[in-house]
Write a protein that binds this ligand. Sequence first.
Ligand code: MLT
Length: 255
Amino acid sequence: MLSHEVHGHGAAVVFLHSFPLDRSMWTGQLIAIGAAGCRAVLVDLPGFGESPVLGAAPSLDAYAHAVLATLDALSIRRAVFVGLSLGGYVALTIASIAPSRVAGLVLADTRAAADEPATRAGRIVNLALVRDRGVEALFAKMLPGLVSAQCPEAVRDRARRVASAQSPEGVTFALLAMRDRPDRTAMLATITAPTLVLVGERDGISTPDEMRAMAAVIPGARFELVLDAGHLSSLEQPERFNAALGRFLSTVSAS
Ligand code: MLT
């Protein structure tokens, strides 16, 4: 079972973190989940936080199966899945391999497309950076792209602290899984669960234009911008992120 924490009662809302962070990135969302009368399930993906690295070959499927097995152990059959970036890749994978488990989807600052050749090449560089100089050096390179120019230093520090605590093994596994992930663009039109597509107004990684296009092909999906936020929109503007999440949850039944 993956390391996790459960807060509150009611319909389950499962939070899947971004790269290279862990479940602690979602503590700012707990109040909104309580207010929505739901139960928050925060999960450390394999190799992050307190979850061990998987013995399997790196893949998003391996992450998705580990999350589903954890929900089985918690007797959670269906849930709303909230995934940001890497977490969104995993949420989309779950929607693809186990659609009956998905009561709702929140795809935040993420994408359905596979890596472009240049991004794949960047993954190779980042694998070497982690091997030679560690996770802290990788995150120092990434951070300017993850938050807006106006992001407060306290938020940057928080993200830096969480990232620096991650293991090179877990981060390496994730880089390989993300590099080799399949293109899920075609499955977007087959999603039947209620879906919210959410993106930081200043996200330069999964841009508002790209995410608006993604929402346009998911049947009935809602699209919301998180104003004054970059890629890590839930960390940078938790109240705005939570307001959008709360509006969405009020329309979804996870039972
Ligand atoms: C993330 O925030 O999880 C990363 O930007 C995902 C990625 O590198 O593709």
